[in-house]
Design a protein around this ligand. Structure first.
Ligand SMILES: *[C@@H]1O[C@H](CO)[C@@H](O)[C@H](O)[C@H]1NC(C)=O
Ligand SMILES: *[C@@H]1O[C@H](CO)[C@@H](O)[C@H](O)[C@H]1NC(C)=O
Ligand SMILES: *[C@@H]1O[C@H](CO)[C@@H](O)[C@H](O)[C@H]1NC(C)=O
Ligand SMILES: *[C@@H]1O[C@H](CO)[C@@H](O)[C@H](O)[C@H]1NC(C)=O
Ligand SMILES: [Zn+2]
Length: 958
C-alpha cells in the first residue's frame, strides 16, 4: 500500500569509496533465498490436523487449515449503482448501493477433509454448491456456516469427505453492499456539471477481498482470476488484466459487460476493479506497455495527470532494466479515486491513487508536491515486482513488500529526476523517522513470528512506520555495505527465483560470505529483533562498544547487532569496520592519533556516541569551518546529539550546542534536522516559561537565513535549487512562528492581497503552505473566515489540504472549536479530512486539549468511519502530552475503551511517560541554556546574513 512519507532535499554527498567489493572471497551473491515453496502446501499450519478422525468445527487458529489449495476463480460482479444523479431532479432514481455476483473457485484437496474453510465477510449468500471438477458432478453438502468470531470463516460442511488429490469447485452466488468506508468494493463521489457522480473502486489489502466474494483470502494462496464486470452503458470498467475483445458486450439498454483476460497467479488482496465515467490520459504511444491514467474529467482536461503519466513510463523502464524482468502485463491503468484510504494501492495492472498522490497542476500546485507524486508512483510501480510478482508468504513479512518498494523508490526517483538529488535526503528521513518509533519498547521487529500476526487488527498494524521505513533503511545500509552492484545482482536472482510465488524473511539474505561476515546472520540481527544500537566510541582508548538505543529502559537486555560502519578522521578514512561483538572492541581506526576528531558515517541504521573530548573537537570543527564535515554527517551529528540527550547518554546542553554553527550553515538538510529536533522542545515547552527565551534564540538563529531568502520571499519567488526551495519554506515557518516581525508582516501582506482579489492568488505555490498557515496564525477572524471560504471552494486536493492545515493554525480558541464542530458535518468537511483536522488542531498549543477532548467524546463515531484512524490520531496527540493529568486521562481512556488497538495505545502511554520524565529533568537546564544563548554565535543582534552566508550567496550567484 502507499504510505505517508515526507520528503526533502539534496546536497553534496561525501564520496565514500566502499572497499568491500575489493575484498576477495565474495563467493556468491546475497539476497537469497532457498525455495521453501512446495506448490501444493503453501500454508504451514500451526497445529497439524489429526489424520485419524476428520475434524469438524473451526481450525485451531485464525489461519485457513491449508488442506485446500485454490487454483482459479471465475468472478462476476454487478454493482447496481448509477454513475450520475441529478440531485435537483425530484423524480431522479434513488441510488442503489447493492452489488450482486457469483464466484466459482476451483481448488485441489491436498488433505482429506469434510469441511471447506474459506473467507466471506458481510456477504449475503444466495446459492451455493460444490462440484467435482473431474466428474462434473455435484458433491452434496449438509450445510454451511459463517463464523462471527473475527475469523470471517465460511465453512461448507460436506456429506462425505473430499478426497486427497481431488479437484473441486465451489460456486456461490452472493449479494453485498457497496461500502462507503473506503474498503472492499466501495463508492466514491464527486460533483461535476451540477450532477453528483459516483465511482466504484476497490481496496482489498490486506483482508477485504472476502467482503467482495468468498475466497481463500491469504497472500500465499495465489490463483488466477477470470473477471467479468457488468456495468451501466455510460461507464467504463477497468480490471487488473487487459480486456477481452468482445464484439457483443451490450446486454440490454441499461447494462453491458466487460470481460478481462485471466490473470497470472496472484494473491487475493491484489484484485481490483473500477467503474466510472472517467476519461484518461495516455502515456507514450510507442511504449510496449499501454499506460493510461484515469481521473475526473476536470482534472484530465486541466492536464493535471500529465506529470505523473510522464514519469510512469520512465519509472517502469527503469525497473525493467534494473530487475531484468519485464512488467508482466501489456497494459497499466492508474486510477485516481476522489477518496482513497491510502496514498495509493498497487493492485496488479490497476493502481489506485488518492488525488494528491497523482494530480499536479502547474499553476496551482507547489513544485514540492512533485517529489511526493514521483515517490508514490515509484513506490507503487516497484510493488508490481515486490509484492505482486513475488509476495510475502504471510503478513508478518509485509516488509518484504513495503520496505523493498520504499527503498527502490528512492533509487528510481533519483534515476528519472536526476537533477533533484533527492536520494540521500529521502534516506535520511526514512532512517530518522524509523528511529523515532524503534527507540520504544512497543516497537515491533521487521519480521515478527508469523503466529503473532493473526487477527485482522494485528495484520493492519503491520502496515507501520517500522515496516516501511526501517525496512527501507536497513536495505539502504545493506546495499551500502555490499555495494549497490552486488545488492542489485541479488535482487535479480530473488525476483527470478520467486516470481509468482511467496517468500519469507527466512528465505532471505543467504550465501554471502563477505570478508568473513555472513549476511544472513547480519540481516537476522536487523529483521528479527526490535530496536537498533548506539555505538559508543572512546577515541582516547581506541575502543567501541554497542548497546540497544532506547528512550526508556530496554525490556530485554543483551541484543547484539552486526553493524557495518565506516570510520574517518579529518585526515584519514573512511575505513570499513564491522562491529558484531557484545563486548568492547579495540581497533586502531577508533583511536585519535594527533588529537584530531573521529567520525563514523551517517548512512547506517544506528546512532553513534563519542567521548566528551571527541564531541568537543567535532563541535569546534563545526563552529570554525563546518564545510570540512559533509552535510549528511553534520545532519546526523545533530540528530544523534539530540536523541542521545533524550536517552540521557549525553547532556542536553551538548545537543543544544550542536545548533550554534547553523548561524552560518545554509543547507536544507542540517536545518531540517535541527527544526525537527527543536520541535520536540516546542512540543514540550510551548505552554511554559521556557518558551520566551527559546523563541528569542530561534528567532536570532534563523534570522540570517531568513534574510538570505528575503529577496525571493518578498517577491513571492523561489530559488532554483530544489533543496533551497524546501529550505525557504522551513525558514518562513520557523521565522514567523518565532515572531520575527519581518516574516509575520510579509505573510499577512501577501495573504491580504489574495483576500482583496480572491480570483488572483499571487502567492507562489511553493510558499502557500507556509504563508496560509502563518497568515492565519498572525491574523484574526477575517483571515480565518477567508481560509474557510477558500477551503469550501477549493477544486484541487492539494489546495484543500493546505487550507485544512491553515484553518488549524489560528490561535483563537473559538475558531478552533468551531473547526472541530464542523468535522461532524460531512457537508462542511469531507470525511477524508476529519482525522487530519483533529490531529492538526491537537498539534497547536492552543488547540491541544480541545482536540483531545473532542477525540474522546466522539471516539465511537470516528471509529465507525475509520477503524484504526482515530488510534493513530490519538498517538499523534500524545506526542505533546507531558503532564501527569494527561497521562491519567490516557490511562482512564484505555480502560474505558478497550477497543483501542493496544500497540498504539501503549506507544501513546509510553511516549507520555517519557515526556513527563524528560521535562522534569531538563526544564531548568534548558531554560538556563536559552537564557545564556539568546543570541547564538556571539554575533550582534541584527537580522542580516553573516559573512559566511554572504560569501556563499555570492558564489551561488555566479
Ligand atoms: C416528476 O414526475 C411527475 C409524475 O410523473 C411529473 O408530473 C412531474 O412533472 C415530474 N417532475 C419533474 C421535475 O420532471
Ligand atoms: C438495487 O438493485 C437490486 C438488484 O437489482 C435490487 O434487488 C434492489 O431492489 C435495488 N434497490 C433499490 C433501492 O433500487
Ligand atoms: C453468474 O453471473 C453471471 C452474470 O449475472 C451469469 O451470467 C451467470 O449465469 C452466473 N453463473 C451461474 C452459474 O449462475
Ligand atoms: C453488513 O454490515 C452492515 C453493517 O454492519 C449490516 O448492516 C449488514 O446487515 C451486513 N450485511 C450482511 C449481509 O451481513
Ligand atoms: Zn506499498
Amino acid at each position: 500500500m502507499g504510505k505517508e512519507l515526507h520528503m526533502s532535499k539534496p546536497f553534496a554527498v561525501m564520496a565514500v569509496a566502499m572497499t568491500v567489493s575489493a575484498v576477495t572471497g565474495i563467493i556468491t551473491m546475497i539476497i537469497l533465498y532457498q525455495i521453501q515453496i512446495t506448490p501444493l502446501n503453501p500454508t504451514p499450519r500451526p497445529t497439524p490436523l489429526p489424520t485419524t478422525t476428520l475434524p469438524t468445527g473451526p481450525p485451531p487458529s485464525m489461519r485457513l487449515p491449508g488442506n485446500l489449495v485454490p487454483k482459479s476463480y471465475q468472478l462476476y460482479f454487478q454493482p447496481h449503482l448509477y454513475s450520475s444523479i441529478d440531485l435537483s431532479d425530484v423524480n431522479a432514481t434513488e441510488q442503489n448501493l447493492t452489488f450482486t455476483g457469483n464466484s466459482t473457485v476451483v481448488f485441489q484437496c491436498v488433505q482429506k477433509t469434510k469441511s471447506i474453510f474459506l473467507h466471506s465477510n458481510n456477504l449475503t449468500l444466495l446459492e451455493l454448491y460444490v462440484t467435482n471438477v473431474d466428474t462434473k458432478k455435484i458433491v452434496p453438502h449438509l450445510d454451511y456456516k459463517e463464523y462471527d468470531d473475527g475469523t470471517h470463516f465460511l465453512e461448507v460442511q460436506m456429506t462425505d469427505a473430499l478426497t486427497d488429490g481431488g479437484n473441486y469447485s465451489l460456486f456461490v452466488a452472493f449479494q453485498g453492499e457497496i461500502q462507503d468506508d473506503l474498503s472492499g468494493m466501495y463508492v466514491s463521489t464527486y460533483n461535476e456539471d451540477g450532477l453528483k457522480k459516483y465511482v466504484v473502486a476497490t481496496q482489498l489489502e490486506p483482508t477485504d477481498a472476502r467482503k467482495m466474494f468468498p475466497c481463500f483470502d491469504e497472500p500465499a494462496l495465489k490463483a488466477t482470476f477470470d473477471v467479468t464486470i457488468i456495468h451501466r452503458l455510460d461507464t467504463t470498467a477497468l480490471g487488473n488484466w487487459d480486456k477481452k475483445l468482445d464484439l457483443k458486450n451490450i446486454i440490454d439498454d441499461e447494462w453491458k459487460y466487460t470481460r478481462f483476460n485471466p490473470t497470472k497467479l496472484m494473491s487475493t488482496y491484489l484484485l481490483a476493479f473500477a467503474v466510472s465515467e472517467f476519461p484518461f490520459t495516455s502515456g507514450d504511444p510507442t511504449s510496449r506497455v499501454d499506460i493510461k491514467t484515469y481521473a475526473r474529467k476536470d482534472a484530465i482536461e486541466a492536464g493535471q495527470a500529465d506529470y505523473a503519466v510522464g514519469i510512469t513510463g520512465k519509472l517502469l523502464k527503469t525497473y525493467e532494466e534494473h530487475f531484468g524482468i519485464n512488467y508482466v502485463l501489456p497494459k497499466l491503468d492508474q486510477f485516481v479515486v476522489p477518496d482513497h484510504r491510502a496514498a495509493a494501492m498497487e493492485n496488479w495492472g490497476l493502481i489506485m491513487y488518492q488525488e494528491s498522490s497523482m494530480l499536479y497542476d502547474k499553476k496551482k500546485t507547489s513544485l514540492l508536491q512533485k517529489d511526493w507524486i514521483a515517490d508514490v508512483v515509484a513506490h507503487e510501480l516497484a510493488h508490481q515486482w515486490f509484492g505482486n510478482l513475488v509476495t510475502m508468504r504471510w503478513w508478518n513479512d509485509v516488509w518484504l513488500n513495503e520496505g523493498f518498494s520504499s527503498y527502490m523508490a528512492n533509487r528510481a526517483v533519483a534515476q528519472v529526476e536526476p537533477d533533484w538529488n533527492m536520494k540521500e535526503i529521502l534516506e535520511m528521513h526514512q532512517r530518522q523517522d524509523a528511529f523515532e518509533i524503534d527507540a520504544l519498547n512497543s516497537s515491533h521487529p521487521l519480521s515478527p513470528p508469523a503466529n503473532q500476526i493473526q487477527t485482522t487488527g494485528e495484520i493492519g498494524e503491520m502496515f507501520s512506520t517500522i515496516t516501511y521505513l526501517k525496512g527501507a533503511a536497513v536495505l539502504t545500509m545493506l546495499a551500502g555495505y555490499l555495494t549497490e552492484r552486488v545488492f542489485d545482482a541479488g535482487i535479480k536472482m530473488y525476483l527470478k527465483e520467486f516470481e509468482f510465488k511467496n517468500t519469507e524473511t527466512q528465505d532471505a539474505v543467504d550465501e554471502a560470505h563477505l570478508s568473513g561476515i555472513n549476511v544472513t546472520e547480519m540481516m537476522n540481527t536487523w529483521t528479527k529483533q526490535i530496536g537498533f544500537p548506539v555505538v559508543t566510541i572512546n577515541t582516547t582508548e581506541g575502543e567501541a562498544y554497542q548497546k540497544q538505543f532506547t528512550l526508556s529502559p530496554a525490556t530485554e537486555a543483551g541484543r547484539v547487532w552486526h553493524i557495518p560502519m565506516r570510520v574517518m578522521s579529518k585526515t584519514s578514512g573512511p575505513l570499513p569496520v564491522v562491529l558484531n561483538s557484545d563486548r568492547p572492541v579495540h581497533k586502531d581506526e577508533f583511536r585519535s592519533k594527533k588529537g584530531e576528531w573521529i567520525l563514523v558515517n551517517a548512512t547506517g541504521y544506528f546512532r553513534v556516541n563519542y567521548n566528551p573530548e571527541n564531541w568537543r573537537r567535532l563541535l569546534d570543527q563545526l563552529e570554525m569551518d563546518y564545510t570540512v564535515i559533509a552535510v549528511m554527517e553534520r545532519g546526523q551529528l545533530i540528530d544523534d546529539a539530540f536523541n542521545l540527550a533524550r536517552a540521557k547518554l549525553v547532556n542536553i546542553t551538548l545537543a543544544l550546542n550542536t545548533t550554534r554553527f547553523l548561524q552560518n550553515d545554509t543547507e536544507y538538510l542540517t536545518w531540517e534536522v535541527t527544526i525537527k529536533n527543536l520541535n520536540y522542545f516546542v512540543d514540550m515547552f510551548d505552554r511554559s516559561i521556557v518558551y520566551g527565551p527559546m523563541q528569542v534564540y530561534m528567532r536570532n538563529l534563523v534570522c540570517p537565513l531568513y534574510t538570505f531568502f528575503q529577496n525571493y520571499t518578498d517577491n513571492s519567488s523561489i530559488p532554483t535549487d530544489r533543496s533551497q526551495q524546501e529550505n525557504q519554506v522551513n525558514v518562513i515557518n520557523m521565522a514567523c512562528s518565532n515572531g520575527l516581525p519581518a516574516c509575520q508582516k510579509m505573510a499577512r501582506t501577501m495573504f491580504r492581497q489574495w483576500m482583496n482579489n480572491e480570483t488572483n492568488n499571487r502567492i507562489n505555490p511553493n510558499l502557500r503552505s507556509a504563508i496560509y498557515c502563518q497568515a492565519v496564525a498572525a491574523g484574526g477572524d477575517k483571515e480565518w473566515e477567508f481560509a474557510w471560504k477558500m477551503y469550501k471552494n477549493a477544486t484541487i486536493d492539494q489546495e484543500r489540504d493546505l487550507l485544512t492545515h491553515a484553518l488549524s493554525c489560528t490561535n483563537k480558541i473559538w475558531l478552533l472549536s468551531r473547526l472541530l464542530e464542523y468535522t461532524l458535518d460531512p457537508e462542511k468537511i469531507r470525511k477524508s479530512d476529519v482525522l487530519e483536522i483533529i490531529a492538526a488542531v491537537g498539534s497547536n498549543a492552543v488547540g491541544q486539549s480541545l482536540a483531545w477532548n473532542f477525540l474522546r467524546s466522539h471516539w465511537l463515531v470516528l471509529r465507525n468511519d475509520d477503524r484504526l484512524g482515530p488510534s493513530y490520531v490519538l498517538k499523534d496527540l500524545a506526542r505533546r502530552f507531558s503532564t501527569e493529568v494527561e497521562l491519567q486521562e490516557l490511562k482512564q481512556f484505555q480502560m474505558a475503551e478497550n477497543a483501542m488497538e493496544s500497540r498504539l495505545m501503549n506507544q501513546a502511554i509510553e511516549q507520555t511517560e517519557a515526556n513527563i520524565q524528560w521535562v522534569k529533568e531538563n526544564k531548568q537546564t534548558v531554560l538556563n541554556w536559552f537564557m545564556a544563548n539568546l543570541s547564538p554565535g556571539n554575533t550582534p543582534h541584527v537580522c542580516s546574513p553573516t559573512q559566511t552566508q554572504i560569501l556563499i550567496s555570492l558564489t551561488q550567484a555566479r
